[in-house]
Write a protein that binds this ligand. Structure first.
Ligand SMILES: NC(=O)c1ccc[n+]([C@@H]2O[C@H](COP(=O)([O-])OP(=O)(O)OC[C@H]3O[C@@H](n4cnc5c(N)ncnc54)[C@H](OP(=O)(O)O)[C@@H]3O)[C@@H](O)[C@H]2O)c1
Length: 230
């Protein structure tokens, strides 16, 4: 796995308690070339809605370098508030929480953790967006807060990639669509639709990230390697 990284690479997984995050952490733990996997989640007091908890986690790891940062956090239903079917369903507080978890949280991860990416060598940062965050691909409507928060996340990744490239030209940052995956997030919405197992999605996402060049940094890619329109 991840042949583009050094043979003793180190990885950090945010949201390691989640369906996809847990599968990413397990895949990395099973890779003999991976020297260490550190997982962070709310079980460790790491909460995207509390910047101090993010800063504290970064401080505890200061001085260490991570070749791979994988952000598998995110939410579709937050404290019982699910995706809206129509404009009349917009609730300002629920919409703000969607932005807090799906856009601002990953922005804070970038703020506090990109300094832990090594300089002068390849390093990877992937964050889980969603195809429904694509503005160009939006034909069905609905889910306005989740869609808008993921679109904001995509812009955050793009902007961060431009800045990170100045000091770390070999780094790759990417927004990733994991496919429709069997997790508690998609369970209520899956219907009879085929879903990937978390293990299959995790393996595909790591392979896509591994294959990206620094020229592709800041892009939006699906688990099958295809670029997704903004
Ligand atoms: N599953 C799909 O079909 C699908 C499709 C497209 C995109 N995605 C995206 O993939 C990502 C992972 O989803 P998943 O399916 O693996 O869902 P999941 O099993 O519900 O995992 C979500 C993860 O995010 C964490 N999280 C949520 N709110 C948080 C907060 N405030 N602070 C810190 N961590 C928080 C959860 O922590 P706790 O364990 O503490 O709740 C969990 O680790 C999400 O960004 C989702 O939008 C999933």
């Amino acid at each position: 796995m991840l042949p583009s990284l050094p043979s003793d690479y180190r990885a950090l997984v945010f949201g390691s308690s989640g369906g996809i995050g847990g599968a990413v952490a397990a895949a990395l733990e099973g890779d003999p070339r991976c020297a260490e996997v550190v997982g962070l989640s709310r079980r460790d007091g790491f909460d995207l809605e509390d910047e101090a908890s993010i800063a504290g986690a970064a401080e505890r790891l200061a001085g260490q370098a991570f070749d791979l940062l994988f952000d598998a956090t995110g939410a579709l239903v937050i404290d019982g508030a699910g995706p809206e079917k129509a404009l009349r369903g917009i609730d300002p507080e629920a919409m703000a929480r969607q932005f807090a978890v799906n856009a601002i949280g990953p922005a804070l991860i970038l703020k506090h953790f990109t300094p832990l990416m090594p300089r002068g060598q390849r390093a990877l940062f992937g964050t889980l967006s969603a195809r429904v965050g694509s503005i160009g691909d939006n034909r069905l409507g609905g889910w306005i807060s989740y869609r808008a928060a993921k679109a904001a996340l995509n812009q955050i990744v793009r902007t961060a990639a431009v800045e990170v490239a100045r000091q770390r030209p070999e780094a790759v940052l990417a927004a990733l669509h994991p496919g429709t995956v069997e997790t508690r997030l998609s369970d209520p919405f899956a219907g009879s639709r085929d879903r990937l197992t978390p293990a299959a999605s995790a393996a595909a996402l790591l392979s896509v990230l591994d294959g990206l060049s620094p020229r592709q940094s800041g892009g939006f890619f699906a688990y099958d390697g295809q670029a997704i329109e903004w």
